[in-house]
Design a protein around this ligand. Structure first.
Ligand code: PLP
Length: 230
């Protein structure tokens, strides 16, 4: 299967999941998680109409930018972001999905102010409360969202999550449902119903995420094939 065929098949499954949930398939974006795939693979995904590409590592993103990997599609940053690398991502990625602390958000704000721009971001939720995993704990999210709402130069567009690894089929569904609840409640109470990005679901569970309300799924291996870790 080619990248284009994979994308087409995933679009079909996304549309079916949306229909099962009574949702408009057009409101759900497919973000290609392109880590460890080369610029040629990224360009193939762009040519096949991917809605955005998401990278995890700043160094890899910078190298692939020079090879015009993302020309023609929005570039998102979806991986763990270190504060000392924020400068390279602000203004380059149109959306940063993975903002899991107020310290990181403050550094994004600072760099965005320097560049006189507004950076779109999502707050990452550690919905399983897993120790050592990045993201806001569910019970600290509302407070963080309230502080973030007052910050100039950053615009919080919604939430992102990666649930704990589950063994049973559909095991992530309750976690997705919890994050969808937070997205609706916080968006209504603190953001005037202006949230428009709920980023959740990957190759193995994007249909469940869509049924729970995701507006963006981040799909890697189902598009690009298995990654080969050294
Ligand atoms: C790699 C990655 C994905 C995609 O994972 P697959 O299981 O390959 O679809 C999604 N989100 C993040 C943050 C990732 O790092």
């Amino acid at each position: 299967m080619t990248i284009a065929e994979n994308i087409q098949a995933i679009r079909g499954r996304m549309a079916a999941a949306a229909q099962r949930a009574g949702r408009d398939p057009g409101e759900i974006l497919l973000v290609g998680a392109s880590k460890m795939n080369d610029a040629a693979a990224c360009r193939e995904a762009v040519a096949a109409g991917i809605d955005a590409l998401g990278e995890n590592r700043v160094q890899e993103m910078t190298a692939k930018l020079q090879e015009h990997a993302y020309d023609g599609a929005p570039l998102h940053f979806i991986g763990h972001l270190q504060r000392n690398k924020v400068r390279q991502v602000v203004g380059t990625a149109s959306l940063i999905h993975s903002v899991g602390s107020l310290e990181l958000l403050e550094e994004i704000r600072r760099q965005a102010e320097k560049r006189a721009l507004v950076q779109d971001v999502l707050l990452e939720v550690n919905i399983g409360g897993e120790p050592g995993k990045s993201g806001f704990a569910p019970d600290s999210l509302r407070d963080a969202a309230e502080q973030a709402a007052a910050m100039p130069h950053v615009r919080i567009r919604g939430l992102m999550t990666i649930p704990p690894i589950q063994r049973e089929p559909h095991g992530n569904l309750p976690f997705f449902a919890k994050v969808a609840r937070l997205y609706v409640d916080i968006g209504r109470d603190l953001y005037d119903n202006k949230f428009d990005c709920l980023s959740m679901g990957m190759s193995d569970d994007f249909e469940d995420a869509i049924e729970a309300g995701a507006t963006m799924v981040r799909v890697g291996s189902a598009i690009f094939g298995h990654r080969h870790y050294q």
